[in-house]
Design a protein around this ligand. Sequence first.
Ligand SMILES: Nc1nc2c(ncn2[C@@H]2O[C@H](COP(=O)(O)OP(=O)(O)OP(=O)(O)O)[C@@H](O)[C@H]2O)c(=O)[nH]1
Ligand SMILES: [Mg+2]
Length: 234
Amino acid sequence: MAIETKPEDEFDTVFDQNDSLELSSSHDYGTAQARIFKIIVIGDSNVGKTCLTYRFCGGTFLKNPEATIGVDFRERTLQLDGETIKLQIWDTAGQERFRRSMVEHYYRSVHAVIFVYDVTSLSSFESIPEWIEECSRHCVGPLIPRIMVGNKSDLRDRREVPTTAAQCLADSYNFPLFETSAKDPAEKEHVDAIFLTLAYRLKNHKPLRLKQPSESNIRQLWNQREQEAATCQC
Ligand SMILES: Nc1nc2c(ncn2[C@@H]2O[C@H](COP(=O)(O)OP(=O)(O)OP(=O)(O)O)[C@@H](O)[C@H]2O)c(=O)[nH]1
Ligand SMILES: [Mg+2]
């Protein structure tokens, strides 16, 4: 899957400009006023991180996604209370072999973290504490907003993780919990709401400006990612 450095091109075609949540596409990409926030999305492989971030940034369900190698970047610009906020979303690889060399990059200067599990996979839910630990090991401070998302709620007959258990875990960490589906079009606004929750929190609590990653930084990550893909035995 190609790295996405300029997703705004596709925003123009897929976003509903009359969105009731007052989200805008990226016509104002690059404006000096925009505050930029880096959000990383982590969790086991196959839980739907790519589909969730694609749903939020691209507006549709991504059919036949490939396993993420290293990281894919997505972006969406929002107008919140008259302010332009740019969410720079790092869709990370769940597979250890595809993420190993990138982990340091993920956590550097992160503003918020989304932990994703699959409600039809108990093991992905049981991994959440390990992902939280990894986050702490990389010095992500307690003031960095974190949320937990149980994806694939459309697969009602295959559910393995009860909401009560998930709520219990989320409460123990003091994280908000969302259950949703990247696939179900009826959940589109709910997916938006997850990211909006973070955006509002960041907007109200984070005055700092994140420097836009330079083309050369992105190129460096991309090269690293391609090297990994080339040496992969599968
Ligand atoms: N039914 C259903 N399937 C989903 C949903 N989200 C993702 N999927 C499917 O789950 C599989 C994995 O989705 P991805 O988004 O690639 O998962 P990922 O977490 O990015 O995986 P890695 O990149 O390997 O870490 C794909 O077959 C998707 O079609 C959902 O909400 N409902
Ligand atoms: Mg992925």
